[in-house]
Design a protein around this ligand. Structure first.
Ligand SMILES: *Cc1c(COP(=O)(O)O)cnc(C)c1O
Length: 244
């Protein structure tokens, strides 16, 4: 990676962060009410470092091995900065990878079955802060996609809320790609309604405060719809190539 390209990442990250602040203002929302998660999947740890140097602190990763490698790289090479970073796992999590994630990440946003939450709970080391969990919702009820059907969210959430060493923090969704703006906004609003309904019904879930929806293509719409976190990859790191 050339120096010029890594400089571009810090600038783009700053610009994306400013865009989110502007979207908050336009939607009449409090400044800083939306967290920016910078999604560095397929990009090397050095690219994430450039982004961190612009002030960004929360990072998302999709692949267990790659993500854990980056967490370890920061601890070894930039131990002081590493203590300030927050790592969110947002991809599919196979049973044989839950332990490495439970030992390194701060959040897992892609929980869609109780078994995964139980493994993470059992494998989260005692000395660490609780692992923060989001339930991934299949908001458009796509047959093939990951995530829990909207009506199955509440029973799963109730079971997760009872587990030790994990904390249920809210919901995450990836709206179906290729929908027009109207369809997309309707998905975002449906997820927000589900989130608000659960919060109202379950005040005992005291930390249920996080709604993760919105990516490079629909971040502004998601802020308008009431998201509390957007996950941005391409707009910060550039286009991905998957021939890893
Ligand atoms: C890759 C990915 C993102 C980021 O998507 P961009 O289109 O690159 O912004 C967000 N969320 C999830 C779950 C992802 O896999």
């Amino acid at each position: 990676m050339t120096e010029q390209k890594t400089e571009g990442i810090a600038e783009r990250c700053r610009r994306v962060a400013e865009g989110i602040r502007a979207a908050e203002r336009a939607a009449g929302r409090a400044e800083g009410s939306v967290r920016l998660l910078a999604v560095g999947k397929t990009f090397p740890a050095e690219a994430v470092l450039e982004c961190a140097r612009s002030g960004q602190r929360a990072f998302g990763e999709n692949y267990a091995q790659e993500g854990c490698g980056k967490v370890d790289w920061f601890r070894e090479n930039h131990p002081e900065l590493a203590r300030e970073l927050e790592w969110h796992f947002i991809g599919r999590l196979q049973a044989n990878k839950t332990r490495m994630v439970a030992e390194r990440f701060d959040w897992v946003e892609s929980v869609d079955r109780l078994k995964t939450a139980e493994r993470l709970s059992a494998q989260r080391p005692e000395g660490m802060a609780p692992l923060q969990l989001l339930i991934e919702v299949n908001v458009d009820s796509e047959g093939t996609k990951a995530g829990v059907e909207p009506r199955a969210v509440e029973p799963l959430a109730q079971a997760i809320a009872a587990l030790p060493r994990v904390r249920l923090r809210g919901l995450m969704a990836i709206p179906m790609p290729g929908m027009g703006e109207i369809g997309r906004c309707s998905s975002l609003r449906r997820l927000k309604r589900l989130f608000d309904g659960l919060r109202e019904k379950h005040p005992e879930w005291t930390d249920f405060d996080t709604l993760s929806m919105g990516m490079s293509s629909d971040a502004t719409d998601a802020v308008t719809a009431g998201t509390t976190e957007v996950r941005i990859g391409r707009a910060i790191f550039g286009e991905r190539t998957y021939n890893r």
